[in-house]
Design a protein around this ligand. Structure first.
Ligand SMILES: *Cc1c(COP(=O)(O)O)cnc(C)c1O
Ligand code: SF4
Length: 337
């Protein structure tokens, strides 16, 4: 939390503080999916909440900035890297992992910075896949997006391009046949999207996904397990079955990272395991995502199954094993009822 926020928090209404620090951005389309209820899963994902002024968590718990060899590029795993091409999003999610880059205005990566990142990718042949992310790359102009993808496609070691975008869920009208053809021109390219609730599975969203897959772009989905939105077996079952019908493979279900300003939507590791155990009994392997925790401090992603040992140290911390067998403390407050 910034000093400024701390000062305001002392004497102003918490909701107003949350709105100031993390301004709301949403599309008409996304808001049209909401119902006027306090517990609405759409509103809960995009309306400022006074709980966001809570000071638990970190700006950058995954230490992305530390693993950044050139600005905008995160290189943590030998064979793949993550490229942040813009901070713009059609809807700003209250649970966003990169709230730290929201700022108060839209910032796209400059040509110079992009070129520096492209050179790094070119000079690091172990990297076979780049995940173009943000923000939301599908909010770039067609021209800029095509330019970025074309430059990446020319890098011989980059076998696979992957674009992370929430546009199919929050602004599906952006994905016309023409746009899908533009993206499909840079195959092999995968789209990694984010649907979190079955209410988001509209006809318009289905059309958007089908435009992409018809253009030869396979799609996977990464959901975030969100308290009060989808931390429920029936809700997730409907979500994953629906995605599969759209031709989108449920890939990951993330446990929310300990990001500053997101404590109110975090669920708890043990509860996640319990939900996964019940889902496994109900869903085909195609419909079932891997439950994943991204360990703090750049520890990397680990798959958590119902059998994974999770040792609770206290009300606020559990211990997990990293991929290389180290015991890692993970902030996981027992959810308030
Ligand atoms: C998540 C992530 C990736 C992609 O990982 P997959 O497990 O292949 O989806 C790549 N780089 C960074 C830094 C990441 O956090
Ligand atoms: S779409 Fe992704 S980057 Fe944008 S606000 Fe949501 S979680 Fe954050």
């Amino acid at each position: 939390m910034s000093e400024a926020l701390r000062d305001v928090a002392r004497d102003k209404d918490a909701r107003a503080v949350a709105e100031r620090e993390y301004p709301m951005v949403a599309t008409q389309y996304y808001l049209s999916l909401a119902r006027p209820e306090a517990t609405d899963p759409i509103l809960h994902q995009c309306l400022p909440d006074e709980a966001e002024v809570d000071q638990t968590g970190q700006d950058d718990p995954l230490a992305e900035e530390r693993d950044s060899p050139v600005p905008g590029l995160v290189h943590r795993y030998p064979d793949r890297a993550l490229l942040v091409v813009t901070n713009r999003c059609a809807v700003r999610c209250r649970h966003c992992l990169r709230k730290r880059i929201w700022g108060d205005r839209a910032v796209d990566m400059t040509d110079d910075r992009f070129e520096a990142a492209a050179r790094y990718l070119e000079e690091t042949p172990s990297i076979r896949e780049v995940l173009v992310s943000g923000g939301d790359p599908f909010l770039l102009s067609n021209e800029t997006l095509a330019h970025r993808l074309e430059r990446l496609r020319r890098i011989p070691n980059l076998e696979i391009l992957r674009v992370g975008t929430r546009v199919p869920a929050v602004l599906p009208s952006r994905i016309t046949a023409e746009f899908a053809a533009l993206v499909g021109a840079y195959r092999p390219l995968w789209v990694d999207t984010q649907f979190n609730h079955p209410r988001e599975l509209t006809d318009a969203a289905q059309t958007a996904c089908e435009q992409l897959t018809r253009a030869g772009v396979p799609m996977v989905n990464q959901s975030v397990l969100l308290r009060g939105v989808n931390d429920d077996v029936e809700v997730l079952e409907r979500l994953f079955r629906g995605l599969l019908r759209f031709g989108v493979k449920p890939y990951y279900l993330f446990h929310g990272d300990p990001v500053l300003g997101t404590l109110h939507v975090r669920t708890g590791v043990e509860r996640g395991q319990h939900i996964m155990e019940r889902l496994r009994a109900r869903l085909s392997g195609l419909a079932l995502p891997t439950f994943v925790i991204d360990l703090p401090d750049g520890g990397g992603k680990i798959a958590v199954t119902p059998e994974t040992p999770v040792r609770r140290r206290d009300q606020n911390t559990v211990e997990l094993l990293s991929v290389d067998g180290r015991s890692i403390r993970y902030p996981d407050p027992v959810a308030k009822p």
